[in-house]
Design a protein around this ligand. Structure first.
Ligand SMILES: [Zn+2]
Length: 73
C-alpha cells in the first residue's frame, strides 16, 4: 500500500524500509483485474505484502508453491 513516498504491508501494516527512494527489502506486489468468471467481475485490486506475511500465508497452503533458485539474475 503506497501513501505518498511510504510503502506499507497491507497485511501487517509494517512500513517498508527505503533508502534514497529505493526499497531495501523485497515486497510482494499483487495486482489483479478480476474477470467474468469471478464474483468481482470488472473490479481491480492491488496490494503490497511483506516477505514475512507472504511466507506465513504460504505456510497455510495445502500444496506449497513451486520454488527454485534462479541461475541467471
Ligand atoms: Zn507484513
Amino acid at each position: 500500500m503506497r501513501k505518498g513516498t511510504h510503502i506499507y504491508c497491507n497485511c501487517c501494516g509494517k512500513e517498508m524500509m527505503q533508502k534514497n527512494g529505493m526499497l531495501t527489502e523485497d515486497i510482494y506486489h499483487i495486482k489483479k483485474d478480476w474477470g467474468y468468471f469471478s464474483e468481482k467481475d470488472g473490479f481491480s485490486q492491488e496490494a503490497d505484502v511483506c516477505e514475512k506475511c507472504l511466507s506465513d500465508w504460504m505456510d497455510t497452503f495445502r500444496y506449497p508453491p513451486d520454488s527454485w533458485e534462479r541461475t541467471e539474475l
